[in-house]
Design a protein around this ligand. Structure first.
Ligand code: PEP
Ligand code: MG
Length: 603
């Protein structure tokens, strides 16, 4: 289970825990002995903490998205006749129904639909019929299930269509569930990733969502960036995630006992009982809310300057958490997540319902809807022929929307309809020229015109803003500010593009520096441009939750930030410690630095 970082710190220091571990285990990793498949050997892997929390449980290795087309195997000891097969079918179906309902409550309707795909496969008459035929002709139920599903997996894996290849994942999930349900002693709780520490070479945002929905205890990713979208999502959903670069972790035997320390970024394989006990208080503590809500309704610096705290929302299920934790509005709704976790484009109506529920759940608070930001590390499996050598520099964000007008129009129409009768803010990601901004605005005007012609109720005068995420947008900030209603500085991408450092690449993670002088100067330039044009501006990248950098940002004039809901209490406390009479001169001094070391020293 995920546990809170502050609890970790209260109970014992990680250094103490580490030394206990090192005393009780010989560090086989250092001696070159790794805890491999050959047995549950003890060992320690060190990596980077991405999402805090502590989890203890058996390992599940997730092959790289099932996209390699790996097949199911008949587990030892399973067999089964027709009766057992029907029983496994029934149990699998009722588990999927429960899973779908629980997921809807926890993460929202758009996520729960993942499990309807598996229900459809389960009810497929051809698949079920073929399994039954094989059982009736003398095969064990387990063999029939594996053979039939492997046949489908082979077919789907060989498909040219990514969307069909993606189905391999669903087929394998379903196969594991049915096989588990065939064994007489299986209980329903075992039929998914419940309590497992899932290790994968790579995780997509949709994998993170599915694993959280299936109650995984923690995640380990081999490589990747702490600011990748999978990482952002893991933090937002409160599941511990550690990035470990050593790919030997993929060879840890399935079901090995491990302890994941998401605070220090460690994975302990087959830990001693004493060691597990030292974490007992954390493991037993209620980790379902690993965050402190804001203590005050509004946020001000020590000297009384107001700073607005908004929430970044990826899934509808996070909206309630944002209000519980004291967000004043939604500064960034990443509208692409419902697109990412499905196998086809959501219809205008489906999108309308999602946007409408978000607005309904927000009362009269501000909500900023960002239009589709896909591409780079967020690709849609159902968009054909989308192979790019440099996806981060490719057809992503507003570029994708402008080249796929029907998709863009459908989304805009859904947003405009949802915003009928209330203030509406629409934001375009990764704008890098005035022409792009103008083209996007024309699309909005066209959608409004179409809706009016059809006499469909809609918001005809939304505020239109842009994300500042590219060096080009920084350079053009003055001109863009004159034609935008608001700015939001997306530092996750801005840092990547200003410094030419891939935000998802672990090999250059040490070069991804948010306090680089160029980044700070760029932010200052954008703040000044927004102020000159009298438009609002906020920062919505992960940098805004960095307590060290916050005084500089506020000292430079930033008065609105948007962060994940779980960080709101912590960030509010940090802002309330800032005194502008100190922060402003400090920011001015830092802006004079040319060296990273100098800005670092001043922070
Ligand atoms: C950003 O780039 O800072 C941002 C908030 O957008 P995303 O992380 O979704 O790219
Ligand atoms: Mg971005």
């Amino acid at each position: 289970m995920a546990k809170r970082k502050d609890t970790v710190e209260r109970i014992c220091t990680i250094a103490e825990l580490s030394s206990m571990f090192e005393e009780s285990h010989s560090l086989r990793e250092i001696r070159g002995e790794s805890p491999r498949k050959r047995g549950g050997t003890q060992g320690l892997y060190c990596g980077r903490s991405v999402s805090p929390g502590v989890a203890h449980g058996p390992v599940s290795i997730l092959d790289s998205h099932g996209r390699g087309g790996e097949r199911l195997e008949v587990p030892a000891g399973t067999g089964g006749d027709t009766v057992a097969f029907h029983d496994a079918l029934r149990r699998s179906e009722s588990q999927l129904v429960v899973l779908q309902r629980e997921t809807e409550e926890l993460l929202g309707h758009e996520v729960s639909m993942i499990f309807s795909a598996q229900q459809l496969l389960l009810r497929d008459e051809q698949i079920e019929g073929e399994m039954l035929r094989r059982i009736e002709s003398g095969h064990d139920a387990a063999v029939a299930i594996v053979d039939v599903l492997n046949g489908c997996i082979d077919q789907f894996a060989a498909s040219d269509t990514e969307m069909l290849r993606e189905k391999v994942h669903d087929l394998k999930d379903l196969g594991h569930r049915m096989l588990q349900n065939l064994s007489a002693d299986s209980d329903d709780a075992q039929a998914d990733y419940r309590g497992h520490i899932v290790i994968s070479a790579d995780l997509l945002p949709s994998d993170v969502v599915k694993l959280v929905a299936q109650h995984a205890g923690g995640l380990v990713m081999v490589g990747g960036g702490v600011n990748s979208h999978a990482s952002i999502l893991a933090r937002a959903l409160g599941i511990p995630l550690v990035i470990i670069e050593n790919d030997e972790v993929l060879e840890i035997a399935e079901e090995s006992d491990v302890l994941l320390d998401g605070v220090e970024g460690r994975l302990l394989v087959v830990p001693d009982t004493d060691y597990i006990e030292s974490y007992r208080a954390l493991l037993d503590a209620d980790g379902s809310r690993p965050e402190e809500p804001a203590r005050h309704a509004t946020t001000s610096t020590r000297d009384g300057t107001r700073v607005t705290l908004l929430a970044n929302i990826n899934l509808m299920g996070e909206v309630a958490l944002a209000w519980q934790n004291g967000a004043e509005g939604i500064g960034l709704y990443r509208s692409e997540f419902p697109f990412l976790i499905r196998n086809d484009f959501p219809s205008e109506e489906e999108q309308f319902l999602i946007y409408r529920s978000i607005l309904d759940a927000s009362g009269d608070r501000d909500v900023v809807f960002r239009t589709l930001d896909i591409g780079a590390d967020k690709f849609l499996p159902y968009v054909p022929a989308w192979n790019e050598a440099n996806p981060a520099l490719g057809l992503r964000s507003i570029r994708f929307s402008l080249k796929n007008r029907p998709v863009f129009a459908q989304q805009l129409r859904a947003m405009l309809r949802a915003g009928e009768g209330r203030p509406l803010k629409i934001m375009f990601p990764l704008v890098s020229s005035l022409e792009e901004l103008r083209a996007a605005k024309v699309c909005v005007a066209e959608s409004i015109g179409d809706l009016q012609d059809e006499r469909t109720a809609c918001n005809c005068a939304p505020d239109l803003g842009i994300m500042i995420e590219s060096p080009a947008a920084v350079e053009l900030a003055d001109a863009l500010a004159r034609e935008s209603d608001f700015f939001s500085i997306g530092t996750n991408d801005l840092v990547q593009y200003l410094l030419a450092v891939d935000r998802t690449n672990e090999h250059v993670a040490d070069l991804y520096i948010d306090h680089h002088p160029v980044v700070l100067r760029a932010i200052k330039k954008v703040l000044d441009a927004a102020q000159a044009a009298s438009i609002s501006v906020s920062v919505c990248g992960e940098m805004a939750a960095n307590e060290k950098v916050l005084p500089v940002l506020v000292g430079m004039g930033l008065r609105s930030i948007s962060i994940e809901p779980r960080s709101i209490g912590r960030v509010q406390a940090a802002i309330m410690r800032i005194d502008l009479t100190e922060a402003e001169p400090k920011a001015a001094k830092i802006l004079q630095s040319n060296e990273i070391a100098a800005t670092h020293a001043l922070l």
